[in-house]
Design a protein around this ligand. Sequence first.
Ligand SMILES: [Zn+2]
Length: 381
Amino acid sequence: MTRLETFTTNGHEIPIVAMKGSPRACGVQYGRAVADLIHGSLKAYLESFRVLHGLERDVVFELARRFEPAIAEFDPATMEEIEGIAEGADAPLEAILTINARSELVHGLKARLDDGCTSFIVFGGMTADGRTYVGQNWDWNPAMKPNAVVLDIQREGDPRILTLTEAGLVGKHGLNEEGIGLCNNFMLSDKRRFGMPVHVIRRKALTARIPGDAIGAVLNAERALAANYMIGHADGAGVALEAWPGGLDIVHARDGLLTHANHFQIARTDREDIGRDIFPDTLLRDVRLHDLLSARRGRVDPGVLAHAMSDHFNHPDSICRHPNPNAREGQGIETLGCMIMDLTERVLHFCSGPPCEGDFAAIHMDREPGRIAVANYREAA
Ligand SMILES: [Zn+2]
């Protein structure tokens, strides 16, 4: 067995799983490479379902099985890959479906779970080098942090993808070789139904060759939950897709800048934004980030971005989020990592843990062994 490539940021060693070939072969390679972390993800989510909903493993697996035919119809290649992951990790198919439908299983069961994430797209005259950057702070349950992996996916017939995700998931935040980048913000509307898991939709969007098709992947999905999809392109473009079950609105970047948090920016009368009742800090975070970045117009680079993402206004529920002592059991979240993706040069900069404390590793899509650089951008800001 070849040694797994890894990189280290803030003492956290994260594997890079290289997958190549047919969908099934890619899945098997993924499952074999990080089987222990995939089982770690499963264990953490099963524990979360038990604490939040009182559901045991057999019931969760029964619910997860319902997603199989829907995924197979929406994205057959990704369903084959999920089967391969199960085979490679020596896990039941329901286990991998459980991980990929974890948002729908957590939130679809009416949990009032705290959630976070603040994201940005900057390009053109906003940036010092004219490049396009897309990124976010990843705010989530700290039990999931040890299971972070980077996937380098070269599935036959599809563009190459670099994505940072939780072991077992088919995708999350990432970029592809065509210059498309994707970030995500959780949102909550009063509309919920059985439908496509957000992580499967994200993977399909990341597999697009042109930005219009990435938008189409979100638009045409039978979505189960609300979410914001931030889609940027290396040519200098960015949109936020505010999607919910049954509808979608689009917010365009203005003057090369777009920020988003966990509430709908477009008000409507036909759906209620219930997320902001649960995490009212969202109403501060997107505007705060917009102000911080627009003040640096023409000078934004990874250092400025890392500095802005380290902001502590409204601490601990800030852009850089820290543990809140008042969180209920199993519902506390914090910034597990910060991602800054350079779509022009196809580089994923990642800091494990809150960016106020850490160093970033720069992972080039066309990297050679040993080419991963670690830098402290805070000093440069
Ligand atoms: Zn911080």
